[in-house]
Write a protein that binds this ligand. Structure first.
Ligand code: ADP
Length: 854
């Protein structure tokens, strides 16, 4: 083995086995270059690293020359040596002549080897000497090996760099997402996004432009050098951003874009604007959640020649994306929160409207709430007037001149339209709407721009309208309309309730006034018999303190008095009437009836005066009748004495007329006295009475009369005994009256049939004759006092005896027993008189004093 060969082998061996600290790539590369210079005896050496982004080679380390003196190499260089090196992946040398021109490290002999490993070129290694002769094959082999080692170092360095970058990117994204999505506040989300954008890009300024309700709000963020996220400076208030054509493009395409002055990227117009703003480069990102653009984010640089790398764009776009989500979440949350607070306001309005009876205050408050909820400039409520011709302003909320009772005619304006059509209406630009009338503005001193108007309806009837005036930003929306409609529903309920309440109160007041002031005594109880009203007259009549009696049981207040019973007892059938006596000995005629769902009411008329008149009348009649009887008796006696006197035929006729006249007068007087006696209920008896016996007795008593007329009187008594409660004497006179009429008025030889039956709860007695019958027009009158019909005077010369009092008396007695009496008759066909008596007679009237009851 020659020395040469040994040297070569040893240099190759050193090149292949030398160890480097891969974690310090620059040092490793310097060592490799030093070794290359040494082993190939070169004066200069350099290492260029391949830069993918630039698609060229950048000088990285050099020996015997300053890196700064070396320029970049294009990967598409036309130099034959470079072309060959890149194509063959082998080391190539020049021969020190003109061939080295255009290569780094020239002049002299220059050799170049590719830093090639894993099928990829990571850089180029150059060596050069000024000796002038080409490098030997051995030198080239050594260079190739060293270049391959450099390739490994570069590959490793690049790998760790990209891993570092990835780690850096991930941690920044993590921080950004944590900070942005962690906040629930829209402004904070924007601030965090901007701060992380600045951190990720090292740009000077970050601007965030958010579109809101069709308006742009831009804020500018700046991060002082070397400061962390929390120190980001925010511009005061919104700023105006110049109109860059690129901005529209980014918004439309939702794709980011960059512009820069050096090298020039972007349209002339965009660059002119950028320059005028004093920046050198800008990246513009769409701020979009899904396909919905929320705004724009710009990062601006002012370092000269600054370019924005791909990775930088990638990272910042990722932060913008996180920002968009955070922003959208915050907006959603705000909407949800405002929705929730609106619902709360609505429920507050509902509570207010249903819990208060002060309608005016309730409406006023509801307008205030509605105005706050919709953030309108004002909310006003118009009510239809009674005639349905005008809408009158009744309540308002917000910054509104409080002009109450301003009226709009129903044919006019937006409110009129809504009331007439019973439909809501949104007019977002009143000036262009023909319905708008500026007259109302003149009255209120307000400038209307937009109006939301909803009808106020209850049970299909329009009651008025509610208007929200001037949306805070731009336009009223459907959701606002829904909100205001809900307010309107509540207001309508409140109005309806108030109307109902008012009419009920008025009605009640009227009724109460009538009840309280009426001369009749009135007592009202609940269903359970507790006093709810004792009017003035009742209070005075019964010496009761009406107020203290309220709520107490009726039988407590009217203790031991029939009224207490009548108002509380469950066994009494209502309505019923009752004569009651007051502590002042006044007689009241009480009617007690049931008032459905309320209770019972007793209405009592003071009949003391009537009673007295009645008493006086009876007394007068009694005295007169009694006083008449004596002279009559004297006349009768005188006439009897004259019977035997020797009178002429004419005188005798006159005497007989006197007889008849005195008889008839005596009958009348007896009848009157009987009527007076019977009509007084004071001494009526109620004892078990057998109707059967009563009928038989009457038939027997009148037998001489019926026999004299040749009548047949038939009576088939029923098997069971007809026992009722009653006054036997009075009932006997009833039976005698009816039967004697049948005998009296029927032609001789007639047939009279008496029957008695039980019908349900009552006994019915009938007396049927085949006499002349009663003309139809007389039927309603036969029970009147002193009424005498055609049957009685059929023969004017020989009228049938009678007073016209018999049936009236019968009616009184039957009714005193709680029964009824009636007649069925047809002229020429005979008559049937019937009366019915309850099995247990209920007295129709009763004069009961409290102390008499016990
Ligand atoms: P009076 O019999 O004394 O006239 P009432 O009161 O008993 O008085 O009768 C009133 C009238 O009713 C009688 O005058 C008679 O016209 C008519 N009337 C009563 N009973 C009968 C009867 N059974 N048939 C026809 N008319 C009768």
């Amino acid at each position: 083995m020659t020395d040469d060969v040994r040297t070569i082998q040893s240099s190759l061996y050193r090149a292949a086995t030398s160890t480097f600290d891969f974690d310090k790539p620059s040092e490793a590369l310097s060592e490799l270059l030093a070794m290359a210079s040494e082993l190939t005896e070169s004066e200069r050496s350099a290492l260029f690293e391949f830069d993918e982004a630039e698609s060229g080679f950048t000088p990285r380390v050099a020996e015997g020359i300053a890196v700064g003196d070396l320029g970049r190499l294009s990967s598409t260089s036309e130099h034959p040596v470079l072309r060959e090196v890149l194509a063959s992946h082998r080391a190539v040398t020049t021969d020190g002549t003109a061939g080295s021109m255009g290569l780094p490290l020239a002049p002299g002999s220059v050799a170049c080897a590719p830093c090639f490993t894993g099928g990829k070129t990571f850089g180029l290694m150059f060596i050069a000497n000024d000796r002038g002769d080409a490098y030997t094959e051995d030198d080239l082999s050594t260079l190739e090996v060293l270049a391959a080692r450099a390739a490994e170092v570069l590959a490793y360095a690049r790998q760790t760099a990209s891993q570092n970058y990835l780690f850096h990117k991930l941690s920044l994204l993590y921080q950004a997402s944590h900070a942005i999505t962690g906040t629930r506040d829209r402004d904070e989300a924007i601030r965090q996004m901007a701060a992380h954008m600045l951190k990720a890009s090292s740009a000077t300024i970050c601007e965030v432009q958010v579109l809101e309700d069709g308006m742009e709000h831009t804020r500018r963020f700046q991060q002082p050098l070397g400061q962390s996220v929390p120190h980001t400076i925010v511009s005061d208030g919104p700023i105006k951003v110049l109109d860059y054509p690129i901005h529209d493009q980014v918004l439309n395409e939702l794709m980011p874009a960059t512009i820069s002055l050096q090298p020039p990227v972007g349209s002339g117009e965009d660059l002119a604007r950028l320059q005028s703003e004093g920046y050198t480069a800008a990246a513009i990102f769409p701020l979009a959640a899904g396909s919905e653009p929320l705004g724009l984010v710009r990062i601006l640089y002012d370092q000269p020649g600054r370019q924005i790398g791909e990775q930088e764009m990638e990272l910042t776009q990722a932060i913008v994306n996180i920002g968009a989500i955070g922003l959208q979440d915050a907006i959603h949350l705000e909407t949800a929160e405002s929705r929730a607070s609106q619902l709360q306001v609505l429920s507050e309005i509902g509570r207010e409207m249903t819990s208060t009876l002060d309608l005016e205050a309730a409406l006023e408050n509801s307008m205030k709430y509605a105005q706050e909820m919709l953030q309108a400039e004002a909310c006003v409520l118009f009510l239809m007037d009674d005639e349905g011709k005008e809408l009158v302003l009744k309540a308002s909320g917000g910054r509104f001149m409080r002009v109450k009772d301003v009226a709009i005619r129903l044919e006019e304006g937006i409110a009129g339209w809504v009331a007439r059509n019973k439909a809501p209406l949104i007019v977002n630009d009143v000036r262009t709407n023909p319905l708008y009338q500026s007259a109302i503005d003149a009255q209120t001193g307000m400038l209307t721009a937009s109006v939301l108007c909803v009808p106020l309806e209850a049970r299909g009837e329009i009651m008025g309208v509610i208007e929200a005036i001037n949306h805070p930003r731009a336009a009223f929306a459907k959701t606002d309309q829904q909100m205001l409609s809900s307010v309107a529903s509540w207001a309508a309920i409140a109005l309806d309730n108030a109307n109902l309440f008012q009419s009920v109160t008025e009605e009640r007041r009227r009724l109460e006034a009538t009840l309280v002031e009426t001369a009749d005594a009135v007592v009202l109880t609940t269903l359970s018999g507790r006093i709810t009203l004792i009017n003035k007259a009742a209070g005075q009549a019964f010496r009761i303190n009406a107020e203290k009696a309220l709520g107490r049981p009726a039988d407590d207040i009217f203790f031991g008095h029939p009224l207490g019973d009548a108002l509380m007892s469950q066994s009494i059938e209502l309505p019923t009437t009752l004569e009651v006596t007051t502590p002042h000995d006044r007689t009241l005629y009480a009617t007690i009836s049931e008032v459905p769902d309320v209770g019972r009411v007793a209405v009592m008329q003071d009949i003391t005066a009537l009673k007295q008149i009645d008493k006086m009348r009876a007394q007068l009649l009694g005295t007169a009748a009694h006083d008449l009887k004596n002279p009559l008796n004297a006349i009768r006696l005188g006439a009897d004495l004259l019977a035997d006197a020797p009178f002429s035929e004419q005188q005798r006729k006159a005497l007989s007329m006197m007889h008849r006249a005195t008889d008839s007068m005596t009958n009348l007087i007896t009848g009157l006295l009987e009527t007076i006696r019977v009509e007084s209920t004071a001494n009526i008896l109620f004892e078990p009475t057998n109707l059967n016996d009563l009928i038989r007795r009457a038939i027997e008593d009148l037998r001489p009369l019926s026999d004299a007329q040749n009548h047949t009187v038939r009576y088939d008594p029923p098997e069971e005994s007809l026992l009722i409660m009653g006054d036997p004497n009075r009932l006997n006179s009833v039976m005698s009256n009816i039967l004697s009429n049948a005998i009296k008025y029927t032609e001789p030889g007639g047939l009279i049939i008496v029957t008695a039956t039980w019908d349900d709860d009552e006994a019915i007695v009938s007396v049927k004759d085949n006499g002349p019958g009663i003309p139809e027009e007389e039927l309603p009158r036969v029970f009147e006092h002193l009424f005498r019909g055609r049957a009685a005077v059929r023969d004017p010369n020989n009228p049938i005896d009678g007073t016209g009092l018999g049936l009236a008396l019968a009616k009184t007695v039957i009714e005193q027993h709680g029964g009824r009496i009636w007649v069925e008759s047809e002229e020429g066909e005979g008559s049937t008189f019937r009366f019915a008596l309850p099995r247990e007679a209920i007295p129709k009237t009763g004069s009961l004093k409290p102390d008499e009851k016990r």
